[in-house]
Ligand binder design. Structure first.
Ligand SMILES: O=P(O)(O)OC[C@H]1O[C@](O)(CO)[C@@H](O)[C@@H]1O
Length: 244
């Protein structure tokens, strides 16, 4: 893992955007893995700025999102499809048909998970997957558990995850209880991973992610097994190469 620490979130956002843009510039038909939540918003804004300056095109780019709430209408402003449209896709020249988000309203979510995985594997490897992290170490919506799933699957959101996401809704009752998420296998299959961690309150989970044991209780700790992970953070955490 390569760890870059920033004092300034604006600089972090620019570097994050540049890393994703460098993939698109060298490979115009790149496949990008996208994340939602508050963490990547500033990076998406920087990408839009660069696009508006005419410095990059997304016409051939394909994207796969990590996850989607179950049972929330896609037109709901907090659905992850709406999030991606309003924060990124509506502002760049990406083709709508090349942007994939799991369908959290499918009648059969297990079947939808299988369909989504097939699509990912048909299109090829994700060139760069951007990831945020939950306070409990979740990536995508892979919550801490006795075992983790490899494929796209339905999850029951942990109370702490619903609590953390309630800021986007009018009340906790409106926060969906379930979601569909890419599994750990699909995430770790990406050629490279950009983990973005913002806010001092995530320092402890970042430390456990980078330096703790690899455990299903901290899904992000599995990133230690991936050969190409870049971490961008404003947390005061160091990467310890040796364990005492
Ligand atoms: O970036 P936030 O809003 O802190 O969310 C943390 C994580 O939870 C999720 O919203 C769940 O997928 C991720 O997208 C995000 O990385």
């Amino acid at each position: 893992m390569i760890l870059h620490k920033f004092k300034d979130q604006n600089e972090l956002n620019r570097v994050g955007a540049d890393l994703l843009l460098s993939i698109v510039r060298t490979k115009p038909n790149a496949i990008l893995g996208m994340a939602t939540g508050s963490t990547p918003v500033g990076i998406y804004q920087e990408i839009v700025k660069t696009y508006q300056q005419g410095l990059v095109s997304f016409k051939e780019v394909t994207t796969f999102n990590l996850d989607e709430y179950a049972g929330l209408s896609v037109t709901h402003p907090e659905s992850y499809r709406s999030f991606m449209n309003s924060h990124l896709f509506n502002h760049i020249d990406i083709l709508a048909e090349n942007t994939y988000v799991p369908n959290g309203n499918a009648d059969d979510l297990d079947e939808e998970g299988r369909r989504y995985d097939e699509l990912i594997y048909q299109k090829g490897l994700v060139d760069m997957q951007i990831l945020g992290i939950g306070h409990n170490g979740h990536i995508g919506f892979n919550e801490p558990d006795e075992a983790l799933s490899r494929f796209t699957h339905k999850v029951t959101l942990k109370p702490e995850t619903r609590e953390a996401n309630k800021r986007f809704f009018n009340s906790i009752d409106e926060v969906p209880t379930h979601a569909l998420t890419m599994g750990m296998g699909s995430i770790l299959h990406a050629k490279s991973i950009l983990l973005v961690v913002k806010g001092a309150e995530k320092a402890e989970i970042l430390d456990r992610t980078l330096n703790g044991p690899i455990t299903t209780q901290v899904p992000a700790s599995f990133l230690q097994t991936h050969p190409r992970v870049i971490v961008l953070t404003d947390c005061d955490v160091d990467y310890k190469r040796s364990h005492s």
